[in-house]
Design a protein around this ligand. Structure first.
Ligand SMILES: [Zn+2]
Length: 410
């Protein structure tokens, strides 16, 4: 025992690569900002080899260096290919990396179609890993894509080779969501015991078990003697049926029967920020939060039936497992029902100043106000929906980095 379960949120990587969904670079930055406020250990926040990410990633790295996005670790995802590692180092200052390659027989044969054997897969991973180390990478994780359909002897070899060549962690990807809590527990425990590698759990929700599998996988890792790192997405967004929902994972670790007595969640979490983040992510992705979503759904603390309402009024513990205030709920929200002055991509200085005065943000000079207005207009061009107060505030506080991350040149 004595090992810890950490959170690595992948909303800005798996979440944004989801079909029909996406985020503007300012929105990705805001997600990093909220995750940092929440105390999440790491945000896998982008693709360092994708050119339209470069300015966003570099601006976020600068915000990290300045202490704005700190202590969260901002990491990038790329293929375990030497050329990609080199490109990532050329394009961005992201140095904490996850290198990904498929390990299952199905994917090696089905995707590479005879061009690569599994021995090649092993060698490519080692080569990419060594190159990342040579170039001065920070934390390096190696991802076994489709690990849940990979035979254990190969997975163990893969993990040992990663460890011998300088990887810090091994990501067990249940890429298709085919594991169940029993299978992932056994497999991850064995993998942990036989490789000694800290293990990341990356679970998908195709069978509705992403959170359960994440919990069981983390237990397997800790029981096997290593730290666990659970990959999450805000509101459970992610490829197809989604990833493990961030809040549900935290609640499952902290509130499910007896678990927290034996297994430790990372220190420093400030869960009261989750309500704001969940609402923001829902707005930014344009995906409503289901009414029955754990913790942040509209019905999560609603009671109608006679016995339940009576019971919860007498003692909330009769029908509520945790308190809404823990999640930052309960504050009244002010909704403007009369005249509104908004800012948009065609806003002028008068309306803009009115909006910022209401938020009690003052500018040193007219020039400064006009500079921020210009950035707000461009942010609107890229977002194509109204900016929220936190975004306006962020732009006013960090204009230089916002200008950089708004810059996308094909
Ligand atoms: Zn995934």
């Amino acid at each position: 025992m004595g090992k810890t379960i950490y959170l690595i949120d992948v909303t800005n990587r798996d979440g944004v690569q989801t079909a029909k969904l996406g985020l503007a670079k300012l929105e990705k930055t805001m997600i990093n900002f909220y995750l940092n406020g929440l105390g999440v250990f790491q945000s896998e926040c982008g693709f360092p080899t994708t050119r339209h990410e470069s300015n966003y990633l570099n601006a976020n790295m600068e915000l990290a260096e300045q202490g704005v996005l700190k202590p969260i670790i901002l990491s990038g995802w790329l293929r375990a290919v030497v050329a990609d590692v080199e490109l990532a180092f050329r394009l961005t200052r992201v140095r904490d990396l996850n290198l990904s390659i498929s390990t299952s027989e199905q994917m090696t044969e089905g995707k590479f179609q005879g061009r690569k054997t599994r021995e090649d897969v092993l060698q490519e991973m080692v080569d990419a890993l060594r190159r990342a180390r040579e170039l001065g990478a920070g934390i390096v994780g190696v991802n076994a894509e489709d690990a849940s359909r990979t035979d254990m002897p190969f997975l163990v070899r893969f993990g040992r080779a990663a460890k011998e060549n300088g990887a810090d962690r091994l990501r067990y990807c249940d890429t298709l969501g085919c594991d169940n809590p029993f299978s992932i527990y056994e497999r991850v425990k064995q993998l942990a015991a036989e490789t000694g590698m800290p293990i990341e759990l990356h679970c998908h929700n195709d069978l509705g078990m992403a959170v359960a599998c994440s919990l069981a996988g983390a237990k397997g890792a800790v029981d096997g003697g290593v730290d666990a790192y659970i990959n999450t997405c805000v509101n459970g967004i992610g490829e197809r049926a989604g990833n493990a929902d961030l809040l549900s994972v935290v609640l499952a670790v902290g509130k499910s029967s007896g678990f927290a007595e034996k297994y430790t969640l990372q220190p420093g979490l400030r869960l009261a920020g989750i309500w704001r983040l969940a609402k923001y992510a829902s707005y930014a992705f344009g995906v409503p939060i289901p009414i029955n979503q754990p913790g942040v759904g509209d019905n999560a603390f609603a009671h109608a039936s006679g016995i339940h309402a009576d019971g919860v009024l007498k003692d909330e513990r009769n029908y509520e497992l945790y308190h809404f205030e823990e999640l930052g709920r309960g504050e009244p929200e002010i909704i403007e029902t009369g005249r509104q002055i908004c800012v948009g991509e065609y806003s002028g200085i008068k309306g803009f100043r009115n909006v910022f005065e209401k938020m009690e943000i003052e500018f040193q000079s007219d020039d400064e106000a006009r500079e921020i207005l210009e950035l707000v207009r461009y942010a609107n061009v890229l977002k194509q929906k109204p900016l929220v107060a936190d975004e306006l505030r962020f732009i006013a506080q960090h204009p230089r980095q916002v200008k950089q991350l708004l810059t996308v040149t094909p």
